[in-house]
Design a binder for this molecule. Structure first.
Ligand code: SAM
Length: 233
């Protein structure tokens, strides 16, 4: 899996990329993540990347040239590969686990374009493949969105997460939240672990997990399963 992140603040990614599973996955060559500051293609002596909006309005917009020229440079760097260009924007399609799975199957580099200021000049949209939002709220920049995509996709790449069986049970994989989970101690201030989980009866445990996941999804996230629940299909 190969990500290229276009950002005005590559330094935001330094500690993010040098910790835990992401760090190991890069060291072991399972994923490759590059950051590119598109200010390198900014205009004039100050490498300017923004300008006020035509017609007036608050703040500054990202001009198209620095971003498009950086995309073109990435294309020249990987001439054999098809770049999949993703605009990170609150106006995009809401990001879901299904999209993470789709990204994890892409062969060439996935380019994540992070906005800043008041966002992008509209014409950037002629040069991208899709536009992704990470939720209905406005942040200062697209970097946290890019990180969310990188983490969620990377853990789907074989070998990145130690126990791949756990991926199957996880929330959203089956339009269900994951069932309740417990570890030690057995009794924490009077709150005990459901006995069935200690029974050693694998069939019973499996049934309990399924029933618990369905009930939990009903209680917490009706929207995940508005049409029907698995046992009703
Ligand atoms: C302040 S926002 C611009 C918002 C823009 N004026 C609007 O109303 O749509 C600056 C940048 O942060 C990023 N951003 C902010 N919120 C986001 C979200 N919910 N999902 C994805 N990206 C977001 C985008 O890259 C965006 O271009």
């Amino acid at each position: 899996m190969h990500f290229i992140v276009l950002t005005l603040y590559p330094e935001i990614f330094s500690s993010f990329l040098s910790c835990g599973l992401l760090n190991r996955a890069q060291e072991e060559g399972m994923i490759k993540i590059e950051t590119v500051n598109f200010r390198k293609h900014g205009l004039g002596n100050h490498h300017s990347v923004d300008a006020p909006p035509y017609g007036g309005g608050a703040g500054m917009l990202l001009r198209p040239e620095p971003i498009v020229e950086t995309l073109e440079e990435c294309g020249r760097q990987y001439p054999e590969q098809n770049l999949h260009k993703v605009l990170i924007s609150p106006q995009g399609v809401p990001y879901k686990q299904k999209k993470a799975r789709a990204f994890s199957r892409i062969q060439g580099p996935v380019v994540l374009i992070c906005g800043r200021f008041e966002g992008f000049d509209e014409r950037i949209r002629h040069y991208i493949d899709e536009e992704i939002s990470i939720g209905d709220y406005i942040m200062m920049g697209g970097e946290i969105g890019a990180m969310a995509i990188i983490e969620s996709v990377s853990r789907l790449i074989p070998g990145v997460v130690g126990n791949e069986e756990s991926l199957d049970q996880e929330s959203f994989n089956r339009r269900l939240l994951e069932h309740d989970q417990y570890t030690r101690p057995f009794d924490y201030r009077g709150h005990t672990v459901p006995e069935v989980l200690l029974s050693g009866n694998h069939q019973k445990i499996k049934e309990w997990c399924q029933t618990n996941a369905i009930q939990k999804t009903r209680d917490k996230r009706q929207d995940l399963n508005s049409r029907s629940f698995p046992e009703e299909e």
